[in-house]
Design a protein around this ligand. Structure first.
Ligand code: PBG
Length: 327
């Protein structure tokens, strides 16, 4: 008789036949930062903190020491510095470039990734420049936005970023950013493109963390419709042709089919972002004692990797790295 259970009989056998191995090397830790000298716990994301520059460097060092190769930075920008064109995003003395320089000085082997989009800097709270027509309709301008995103990517590259990650979902931005980087000699700076970023309600807690929610309207004219997966294939083919080095799917846990489709479509590395709402669901159910935190988090991360993501952006990166340490 055929007995698949023989391959599950003991921990030793199970470890030999395991198909998906999770490692801290798969993790990218998203870090929030602000201009204050105090660290602020983020109310919408229990267990997550918005760091001062000094604490950011310490936190990134701790993560790196646990085997996490990379961090990605998300700044909270003071209201007074926000403008319709978000030009603070390419200020060489701005918060993000200063953070990149401090991180690279303290931890040269840490890979520093930056988010390229206007939402933290834009007074309208959108990822791009907003135009209001006479009848009051809002349009997020594509090509005008891409020009500023190129400035932002260059600013991050000048400060020493290893990878820039455009999360704005404008058309044509990967080619434009690649050309801008190459023209300035930053041929070694990689592009991790948010290829299939959905207009998801799961970003709610993140926008609370940065005060970056759109003042008006939603992001549905640029982020993808959660109902679509063929469109993710189209975005994958475009980003690959435009010269992206790595592709991302976001959110992760409830978009495993999208991760699998993107994985099948490209030979490039695939990343997935376990977003703030996914974090909050797992965290709050665990805090209430309803789910076993360690088991549920490792299972969710394993599922994301099994679906095809080799890089996982997760707020659980440090905790999971500790859990995965050989005992
Ligand atoms: C903005 C950006 C968002 C996230 C990452 N980059 C929010 C948005 O698009 O509104 C969400 C991350 C999360 O929810 O954890 N460009």
């Amino acid at each position: 008789m055929l007995r698949p259970r023989r391959n599950r009989r003991t921990p030793a056998i199970r470890s030999m036949v395991r198909e998906t191995m999770l490692s801290p090397a798969n993790f990218i830790l998203p870090l929030f930062l602000h201009e204050d000298v105090e660290d602020t716990p983020i109310a919408s994301m229990p267990g997550v903190t918005r760091w001062s520059l000094e604490s950011l460097v310490r936190e990134a060092g701790e993560a790196h020491a646990l085997g996490i190769p990379a961090v990605v930075l998300f700044p909270k920008i003071e209201e007074a510095l926000k403008s319709p064109d978000g030009k603070e995003c390419h200020n060489d003395d701005g918060l993000v470039p200063r953070a990149i320089r401090a991180l690279k000085a303290a931890h040269p082997s840490l890979c520093v990734i930056t988010d390229v989009a206007l939402d933290p800097y834009n007074s309208d709270g959108h990822d791009g420049i907003v135009k209001r027509s006479e009848n009051g309709d809002l349009t997020v301008l594509n090509d005008e936005t891409v020009e500023i995103l190129c400035e932002q990517a260059l600013c991050h590259a000048r400060a020493g970023a290893d990878i820039v990650a455009p999360s704005d979902m404008m058309d044509g931005r990967v080619t434009a950013i690649r050309d801008a980087l190459d023209a300035e000699g930053f041929t070694d700076v990689s592009i991790l493109s948010y290829t299939a970023k959905y207009a998801s309600a799961f970003y709610g807690p993140f926008r609370g963390a940065l005060d970056s929610a759109p003042k008006e309207g939603d992001k549905k004219t640029y982020q993808m419709d959660p109902a679509n997966v063929r469109e993710a294939v189209r975005e994958t083919l475009l980003d690959e042709a435009e010269g992206a080095d790595m592709l991302m799917v976001k959110p992760a846990g409830i978009y495993l089919d999208v991760i699998a489709r993107v994985r099948e479509t490209t030979t490039l590395p695939v990343a997935a972002y376990q977003v703030s709402g996914e974090y909050l669901m797992l965290k709050s159910a665990s805090a209430a004692g309803w789910l076993d935190e360690r088991a549920i988090v490792l299972e969710s991360l394993t599922a994301i990797k099994r679906a095809g993501a080799s890089m996982i952006l997760t707020y659980f990166a440090k905790q999971a790295a500790v859990w995965l340490r050989p005992s």
